[in-house]
Design a protein around this ligand. Structure first.
Ligand SMILES: Nc1ncnc2c1ncn2[C@@H]1O[C@H](COP(=O)(O)OP(=O)(O)O)[C@@H](O)[C@H]1O
Ligand SMILES: [Mg+2]
Length: 245
């Protein structure tokens, strides 16, 4: 068993021929860790998660899960291998109830449903009491809770979250960061991408700054928050963007 539950090494990936978005990106998540990826808009944060989850072609470099090469694996196989992914948008089935959304989360292994429902209900009792409600009628924060719970139904080794706080009011953002910390405290390794950089680094064990498709800085969350270069280059403007938006 590797300490790195998830690791990318020199990842190069992109959408259009000849245009690389990830330019040699190396990040890892240790077992039980909460790791944040911050960086300017367009840095390639979502592309990194999509490449890990088999949604963007990897041109070179490798991705391993618990030491096993998963580069180029398709999303459905990655889910059964232990990768959970919550995309930034359209991450719930709005016409389905909360319960049905959770069932979709473990359609590959429906026998897990009862046990996993207990796990997510322990994390989010407010969802458990409303299983019959349609996901489309929920608030943005509640929908994020459903989306994260859906991804937890297969008991993933690592959970990938793309900007869970995006589009939420400040109070709901705070709740969402607390929810992410709660999921991690329950033993789930998490890789979270966030534009709300300060808030993300506050809850993360370690953070990476992604810039132009490369890991530019890495360190403990609190250390990055106090690093003058990181503050000058990334946190100042991001913080302004954030309050402006
Ligand atoms: N489906 C796509 N096709 C082509 N280019 C894309 C696509 N999605 C994203 N890009 C480009 O990839 C770059 C990085 O995007 P993204 O990973 O979404 O950045 P971030 O999440 O850090 O804001 C941007 O220049 C963006 O325009
Ligand atoms: Mg993004």
């Amino acid at each position: 068993m590797s300490d790195h539950v998830l690791e990318t090494t020199d990842l190069v990936a992109g959408y259009l021929p000849g245009v690389n978005i990830l330019n040699g990106c190396s990040v890892h998540v240790d077992r039980g860790e909460l790791v944040g990826i911050i960086g300017p808009n367009g840095a390639g944060k979502s592309t990194l998660l999509k490449a890990i989850f088999g949604l963007v072609n990897v041109r070179s470099g490798t991705i391993t899960l618990d030491g096993r090469d998963i580069t180029g694996m398709k999303p459905d196989r990655l889910v059964s291998a232990g990768v959970g992914f919550v995309p930034q948008t359209e991450n719930v089935f709005p016409r389905l109830t909360i319960r049905e959304n959770l069932e979709m989360g473990c359609y590959q292994n429906p026998r897990l449903f009862g046990e996993r429902l207990e796990f997510v209900a322990g994390l989010f009792p407010e969802l458990a009491s409303r299983l019959g409600q349609r996901a489309g009628g929920l608030s943005g924060g509640e929908r994020q809770m459903v989306a994260m719970s859906r991804a937890l139904m297969m008991d993933p080794q690592v959970l990938l979250l793309d900007e869970p706080s995006a589009g939420l009011s400040p109070v709901r953002q705070d709740e969402t960061f607390l929810n992410v910390a709660r999921i991690n405290a329950a033993g789930v390794s998490v890789l979270i991408v966030e534009q709300n950089a300060r808030r993300a680094l506050q809850i993360c064990d370690r953070g990476y700054v992604l810039d132009q498709g490369r890991d530019a800085y890495v360190g403990p969350g609190h250390q990055l928050l106090e690093d003058p270069e990181v503050v000058r280059l990334y946190l100042g403007t991001l913080a302004e963007d954030h309050t402006a938006g």
